[in-house]
Ligand binder design. Sequence first.
Ligand code: ADP
Ligand code: MG
Length: 480
Amino acid sequence: MIEGQKYEAVIGLEIHAQLATKSKLFCGDATSFGAEPNTHISPITMGHPGTLPKTNAKAIEYAIRMGLICGSKIAQDNYFARKNYFYPDLPKGYQVSQHTTPICLGGSIAIQLPDAEKIVQLNRIHLEEDAGKSIHDLSATDTLIDLNRAGTPLIEMVTEPCIHSAEEAFLFVTEVRKLVRWIGICDGNMEEGSLRCDANISIRLKGATRLGTRVEVKNLNSIRNIKKAIEFEIERLIQITETGGAIIQQTRSFDASNDTTFSIRDKEDANDYRYFPDPDLAPFHLTEAFIETIKNKLPTLPATLKKQWKIQYDLSDYAINQLVEDKEEADFYIQWAAACKHYKAIANWMIGPIRAVVNEGSLSFQQLSSFIPYLVELVELVEKNQLSFSVASTRVLKEMMARPGSPMAYATINNLLQTGSTDDIEKWIDEVLVKHPEKVAAYKKGKKGLLGVFVGEVKKISKGKADPKMTASLLEQKLA
Ligand code: ADP
Ligand code: MG
């Protein structure tokens, strides 16, 4: 729309990621998803008087991991603060968070826009505990409370207001999800709420420097919804402004049934949470040596792999981008490529048939790693033209998955190997040519494109056994 070019959207995101620790931030209760309601709760989770919380060191380590890969400054002196407010699913009446000392300050995450890379600046990453869950849709009259989630460790990542479209926000959250999974600190599962996003949105005239009044859309639980909510909000704010209305600072929620947002409350300028340092939790100091140990354990990041692979394996950008989507998949590629030098062929196998096997069989790449010797053999057979790719990637691969064993042995026993034997191939060629006299005549008159058709026919009647290169050259000779 025309007005769209007059305004610039300004967006800042707050992403909550549940840390993949086994137990909660301040006690041993399990964090696993989907348990019977109110079974993962102890007096500490419930904040009963006299209980003493104890900080989960793994959660601190995970938060530092994220900060390190974002290039944030890690705060060495930290304390936890109580953020006081009343909410039915907040059993203690306060949430333990970090107030003035977020564990990671600044930093950034790069996203790939269609024409350029964009650096999204982070304001901070801090640690806090999650609240429980209020369930409104199981009873007509009551709200049910499940406190299993209460006390689960979270990091909250807060960006600067430097994102300017729904598309950029979409790419940013996609990248964050990939990174938290890559470094193993969060499963990134948005349907289960492991990763949630609040989007702050305002508009201003293009070229203006002051920020406009913002609205905040809370608890977006899918990347699609983040994009839809932001698109809707930008449009709505422009409409209000264009029709002479005033934008009020509001907290809103997204309605996925019609891709709109609605107001939950007008937001006062500053909530008074009466923060104070939690007297039950000792402040903690992080030594440089401790931070260094965490740094040394970090896996190679996708951005680095992309650069390395281009040189080491000479793969296309497309193939590289596909293979570094997921760490297990990338690790699997590295393992396979270490045992076989047909790097491009392996990449094709990975993106095609191997992915299909993993998806269909709900297997993990880790489970597949014992197959590597057989997969190496399989690729070699195809590269040496002893087996056609289609027979290899369907029949032989399937058999290998069902009954792990040598593909060469299986192909031999089942008479699947391609033959380069001139006698065999000529026999199949003759059969094909006799069947298609009109096509032969057309070819001889100049329709050379028919060669491919003949090769295809030979492939078919030989059940994939005729070496296609040999077939083509014998056909050319015969038809000359
Ligand atoms: P609060 O604690 O009230 O949520 P913060 O100042 O911490 O507020 O900001 C939260 C998020 O809102 C940040 O990501 C920030 O970049 C973003 N933000 C702040 N002001 C605006 C604005 N006017 N327009 C868009 N985003 C904004
Ligand atoms: Mg906020």
